[in-house]
Design a protein around this ligand. Structure first.
Ligand code: ADP
Ligand code: MG
Length: 389
């Protein structure tokens, strides 16, 4: 039984997504639909996301994606109790499309509008359709590892999240994508590198690539040195010969790698990224006693080597590993709708505690930390037709 259904919208980068989700009677987030229109094909010829193209594509895709999400969930707009939207961080033009669409829907439906932080939603994504209510996973150590973010968090509640450290240069996914581009692989590079590295014959120690430690107690990440080491493996280390060649107006020698070497390089790079993540998680976890679980989210959490390393780390530290299934690793709206439902429940509980009577016509203002999105007059009673089996 899902008491309140939340429609979630996600447009922070190059995926237009919409989902219907809600908390069941035990407080476990249940996803009724999860629709994603990816723009990968539109951007692939440029080797990265072009913000202006992304915004325009969101405008075209948003309404069809919302309609499809409602249809797959088997619900009408009247059954939606709130509209949640990823409102930060992300490409500003892309975010604006989702926020404008969500505002219009919330206004038309006279339902509250909930701003959801995209990075927090990645932290939440492993709990979707899981076995335990989100609250049972806390306090948790969190890791978001995606195309735009690589950071660790202490999660005490969904409104009490402290960042412990983050990348000082590239995000891990960005390093995957750039290394993929250097190796001539299709964009995005992450899945392509993963495929190459998964070859059972791959030797992940063939290349001695650096694992950034920074200072002994640092909880920050750095992937730019690793990226440069891959560049040197592909193009040769700049040295006297290369300098002489450039001075003579020639191209520096290019190292031609065999397909076996490329596969080994992919595996060695992937191992270095996974080990760098686990190294810093180890520092942040301490003896692990302060945390019940390890929440991980973001596109790079789909990586096979990263998943294996995280599983053995969590087992060693006796942490429950909460890792999203592959469908919730990359950007999606189910995580926005799920965390939106959590925020709605928290807000309603707070309001009910404050005002135990005459709440029917209260004005509910749900705000996200930076971009305040004012909601609309609503009934705090769950609409009778909102109850789902
Ligand atoms: P963001 O929200 O920051 O745009 P996403 O969470 O959508 O990022 O994740 C996209 C990133 O995930 C890309 O950098 C992509 O290369 C990476 N990625 C996806 N699948 C894999 C994989 N199997 N291995 C490594 N990286 C991956
Ligand atoms: Mg993301």
């Amino acid at each position: 039984m899902i008491a309140r259904l939340v429609l979630g919208i996600e447009t922070s980068c190059d995926e237009t997504a919409c989902s219907v989700a809600g908390l069941d009677a035990l407080g476990v987030p249940r996803v009724l639909s999860n629709v994603i229109a990816s723009q990968t094909d539109l951007h692939s010829e440029y080797g990265g996301v072009v913000p202006e193209i992304a915004s325009r594509a969101h405008v075209e895709a948003l309404l069809p994606v919302v309609r499809e999400a409602l249809s797959q969930a088997g619900v009408g707009l009247g059954m939606i109790s709130a509209v949640a939207v990823g409102n930060r961080p992300g490409l500003i033009g892309s975010l604006l499309v989702g926020v404008a669409g969500a505002k219009a829907l919330a206004w038309a439906l006279q339902r509250p509008l909930i701003g959801v932080d995209h990075v927090r939603a990645h932290l939440y994504s492993g709990l979707l359709d899981g076995e335990l209510p989100a609250a049972d996973a806390l306090p948790a150590l969190g890791l978001v590892v995606s195309g735009g973010h690589t950071a660790m968090y202490r999660v005490r509640s969904w409104t009490d999240i402290m960042r412990l450290g983050s990348t000082i240069d590239d995000a891990a996914g960005e390093a995957f994508d750039k290394v993929g581009a250097m190796m001539g692989l299709a964009h995005p590079g992450g899945p392509a590198i993963d495929r190459l590295a998964r070859d059972p014959a791959a030797n992940d120690r063939a290349y001695a690539l650096p694992i950034s430690r920074l200072s002994p107690a640092s909880l920050d990440f750095s992937f730019s040195g690793l990226k440069t080491a891959v560049l040197y493996a592909l193009r040769g280390v700049p040295g006297e010969a290369a300098r002489r060649a450039v001075a003579a107006g020639e191209r520096a020698a290019h190292v031609e790698l065999t397909s076996e070497q490329r596969r080994d390089l992919a595996a060695s790079f992937q191992r270095s990224v996974a080990e760098a993540l686990v190294l810093k998680l180890g520092r942040a976890a301490g003896d692990g006693s302060g945390y019940r679980s390890l929440l991980v989210g973001g596109g790079v959490s789909a990586n096979s080597r990263v998943r294996t390393e995280l599983a053995s780390f969590a087992a060693q530290r006796k942490l429950r590993l909460v890792l999203p299934p592959l469908c919730y690793c990359m950007d999606n709206a189910a995580m926005i709708a799920g965390l939106g439902a959590e925020q709605l429940a928290e807000q309603l509980a707070k309001q009910l505690a404050e005002k135990q009577s005459a709440v029917g016509c209260e004005r509910l203002a749900l705000q996200s930390s930076d971009l305040a999105l004012e909601a609309h007059p609503m009934s705090l009673e769950c609409p009778a037709h909102g109850a789902m089996p």
